[in-house]
Design a binder for this molecule. Sequence first.
Ligand code: TMP
Length: 260
Amino acid sequence: MVRRRQIYEGKAKILYEGPEPGTIIQYFKDDATAFNAQKKGTINGKGVLNNRISEHVFTLLGNIGVPTHFIRRLNMREQLVRQVEIVPIEVVVRNVAAGSLSKRLGIDEGAQLPRTLLEYYYKDDALGDPLITEEHIACFGWASQEEMHDIADMAIRVNDFMSGLFAAIGIRLVDFKLEFGRLWDGDYSRVILADEISPDGCRLWDMETGEKLDKDRFRRDLGGEVEAYQEVARRLGLMPEESEEPTVLDLDKHRKKKGG
Ligand code: TMP
């Protein structure tokens, strides 16, 4: 087996050097962390589900013209992506009050916000990813004005698209986190959507029951994490449906087993 060069290991993913220059392999782990890695655990099968869910969402976003780093899925746990220089800002988009917003400002969880709220956090684990303003971003040069304009524009487009995508399958998109990266072409760069979009970085509530179908199940010790992620994948049409009728594939398996 050829050993690949590991570039970086994060909390939920490992990045390896890709097969061609300018490409990276994203490997999705089952590891889960919360509260800046103070809480650690594993969610068996999460990596496989997130790889598939993220592939699906990034492909659809690409189809509507949002530039993303996604190239193609390689296998159950890996996808090939474009190598980018990550902008050190986590962009959180909120439609409904929850989590840290509710805690910080005393707003009831579940309250619909009067308008979509964009928040920025400085990506620095040692500092616990502090909330920042565009003034901080400009002051310290973490991104240019033009990049921030493009980032905000893309975040809103992603939110509009994903809100509809999830509403159609009975899921309320409460909030989510995005990351962006710079794609260099000589002396010029443009920002594109990077990282992943999965129940790890989104709050997804069942529209009828309010049940949480995301990483809050892990953060808040609710249990049933895998089932929740599977349910999201199933509603997105990414899981093989149970069916009464044997499919052609099932029949094939049956024949092979019988040696026929
Ligand atoms: P928050 O309410 O804890 O600030 O989280 C807002 C959204 O961002 C939620 O959907 C989870 C996601 N998120 C991440 O993906 N990574 C993080 O480190 C944090 C704090 C939140």
